[in-house]
Write a protein that binds this ligand. Structure first.
Ligand SMILES: *[C@@H]1O[C@H](CO)[C@@H](O)[C@H](O)[C@H]1NC(C)=O
Ligand SMILES: *[C@@H]1O[C@H](CO)[C@@H](O)[C@H](O)[C@H]1NC(C)=O
Ligand SMILES: *[C@@H]1O[C@H](CO)[C@@H](O)[C@H](O)[C@H]1NC(C)=O
Ligand SMILES: *[C@@H]1O[C@H](CO)[C@@H](O)[C@H](O)[C@H]1NC(C)=O
Ligand SMILES: *[C@@H]1O[C@H](CO)[C@@H](O)[C@H](O)[C@H]1NC(C)=O
Ligand SMILES: *[C@@H]1O[C@H](CO)[C@@H](O)[C@H](O)[C@H]1NC(C)=O
Ligand SMILES: *[C@@H]1O[C@H](CO)[C@@H](O)[C@H](O)[C@H]1NC(C)=O
Ligand SMILES: CC(=O)N[C@H]1CO[C@H](CO)[C@@H](O)[C@@H]1O
Length: 460
């Protein structure tokens, strides 16, 4: 019974694509679903911090569409205006006490840092404090009030549905996290976590979690294999199976995210999504940090990006988006602590990559090499009924965000099945990191090196 269950669990995802293609015809207008994204954290402790214009130029060149700031820097928010980049801003820990003690201070913060920038700058969430329970426990009693005050200021400006309020947690507040089904939040914090989760649930927000398999691996004294932390394939006998759920874990990241889902359900909260606000791997360390290398950092971040963009979800919630912000954009040379602290970045201050990520093909988020750019479009002469079916699949089970194809939206014209299918196929292909076999759609799609958006006449 257990083995059968496990076998089914492993087979279903592979079968999913075919079933979708030949079966359901979904209605484009009703099939807009959430898709996981990759974002990047922008720390600014650099002796030669690039100016906001340079930062935004790098984000655009790397096709980074989601960022998190550790404050609400005015110049940065102005530079991000009208770029389409989605922004998470933060209330720094040193402003938390004031905001948690006064509704007026919170309203003033929102007015100064949010209202003056939206809608030009697309602020999508506010991180209230950072790892407050584990690093600033004296502010814990006012954390939820601070979140509520910020939220009520957003409500007053009718921005609460587009800007979500949450607070990033260290995964260290989750205890006994393997097997994930036995995990729970450190009970010391139940008086905070229970109202906090109630708040996230009632406002349609999400749990923000920082996930660092690097530290889990370092602190495990050899118990956690490096391959398991780096998302590398493990021999089947080394894969971790949760004895209570029989769920099968192939990497630390998924196990930590599932531990958080289980810790929430232990407190009876079962419908709060998770966004990973920080995850990464350092590329350099001192002699006590031998696994902080460019190769390991590259392997971790490349595998993480593919894992997230594939919308794989976790064993507990397959297919549920776990959007993730990589820690971090730049190496921060001014940070104190071990050598690794200064070396989590993907780029140096000049915007030169510390390593070139191993992402299949190019053109995807953070793929620096654009020499081999390919696109996936509708095949010339393909049967229109088959194209429509493939389009419906892409916008439905394929989870492409097809809202730009709706009437009045930027990609509506030309309003032909060929043009719409080409848009949806390319979005899907891009999200699959242009992997082999992801530009097929029952034979009605084809790979091209010509950017279809440059070739309006291509579409009859
Ligand atoms: C993407 O997900 C599918 C099904 O969930 C899986 O078969 C495939 O290996 C994944 N690809 C990557 C690059 O993770
Ligand atoms: C698609 O959904 C829209 C909105 O619900 C509806 O008006 C339209 O008739 C549907 N089209 C088809 C083909 O089902
Ligand atoms: C802002 O971001 C949200 C969330 O991704 C998106 O739905 C919305 O269309 C964006 N708004 C603009 C003006 O780009
Ligand atoms: C806090 O201020 C908001 C407006 O910013 C208001 O709607 C709300 O009622 C106030 N709450 C309290 C507890 O004073
Ligand atoms: C739980 O949190 C409290 C307060 O931060 C801390 O003192 C205690 O060590 C934590 N328990 C565990 C097992 O980590
Ligand atoms: C969760 O719900 C169960 C069943 O309703 C109840 O027995 C339990 O006390 C609840 N736990 C918490 C932490 O509220
Ligand atoms: C570009 O594509 C060609 C043909 O597929 C391949 O041989 C070459 O290695 C690729 N170059 C890079 C830099 O990926
Ligand atoms: C667009 C971009 O960031 N290009 C960079 C790719 O990487 C090389 C060196 O590795 C840089 O010189 C480019 O600026």
């Amino acid at each position: 019974m257990g083995l059968l269950f496990l076998a089914l669990f492993l087979v279903i995802p592979a079968a999913f694509a075919d079933e979708g293609m030949s079966g359901q015809f979904l209605n484009l207008t009703v099939s807009l679903s959430t898709v996981a994204f990759i974002g990047v954290n922008i720390g600014t402790s650099l002796s030669d911090m690039p100016n906001p214009t340079q930062v935004v130029a790098l984000l655009k060149a790397q096709q980074i569409r989601h960022v998190r700031l550790y404050d609400a820097d005015r110049a940065m928010l102005l530079a991000l205006a009208n770029t389409g980049i989605r922004v998470t801003v933060s209330v720094p820990n040193d402003q938390l006490l004031g905001i948690g003690q006064s509704n007026a201070t919170a309203a003033n913060w929102v007015s100064r840092n949010i209202l003056s920038h939206v809608p030009a700058t697309n602020i999508t969430s506010i991180a209230v404090g950072s790892e407050v329970l584990s690093t600033l426990s004296n502010a814990a009693p006012i954390l939820v009030s601070a979140m509520k005050y910020i939220h009520s200021a957003l409500v007053a400006s009718n921005l609460d549905s587009q800007i979500k309020v949450s607070t990033p947690h260290s995964s260290s507040i989750i205890l006994d996290s393997f097997p994930p089904s036995q995990a729970f939040f450190n009970r010391t914090w139940d008086p905070v976590m229970v109202p906090l989760l109630k708040f996230l649930q009632s406002t349609g927000s999400f749990l923000m979690l920082n996930v660092y398999p690097y530290y889990d691996y370092m602190q495990s004294n050899g118990v956690i294999p490096l391959d398991y932390a780096l998302f590398r394939p493990l021999p089947p006998n080394e894969e971790a199976v949760d004895p209570n759920t029989l769920l099968h874990y192939t990497n630390v990241f998924d196990a930590v995210v599932d531990a958080a889902y289980f810790a929430m359900s232990y407190l009876n909260f079962t419908n709060i999504p998770i966004t990973v606000t920080e995850s990464g791997w350092p590329s350099k360390g001192d002699s006590s940090e031998p696994d902080a290398t460019p190769e390991n950092a590259n392997t971790y971040n490349s595998n993480l990006i593919r894992h997230v963009l594939n919308n794989t979800g976790t064993p507990k919630h397959p297919g549920i988006a776990v959007s993730t912000y990589i820690y971090e954009l730049y190496n921060e040379d001014l940070r104190s602590g071990p050598v690794s602290e200064k070396n989590w970045g993907l780029f140096d201050a000049n915007g030169v990559p510390v390593y070139i990520l191993h992402l299949t093909g190019s053109g995807t988020v953070l793929a620096n090499d654009t020499t081999n750019q390919t696109y996936c479009v509708a095949r010339e002469g393909a049967d229109h009924k088959m194209l429509q079916a493939a389009l419906d699949w892409a916008c439905g089970p394929g989870k492409v965000d097809c809202s730009p194809l709706l009437q009045g939206q930027p990609c509506y014209d030309p309003d032909t099945v060929v043009a719409h299918a080409s848009y949806a196929f390319d979005e899907y292909y891009y999200r699959m990191a242009m992997a082999d076999g992801t530009c097929n759609f029952n034979g009605v799609a084809t790979i091209t090196t010509t950017d279809p958006s440059m070739l309006q006449y291509y579409f009859p």
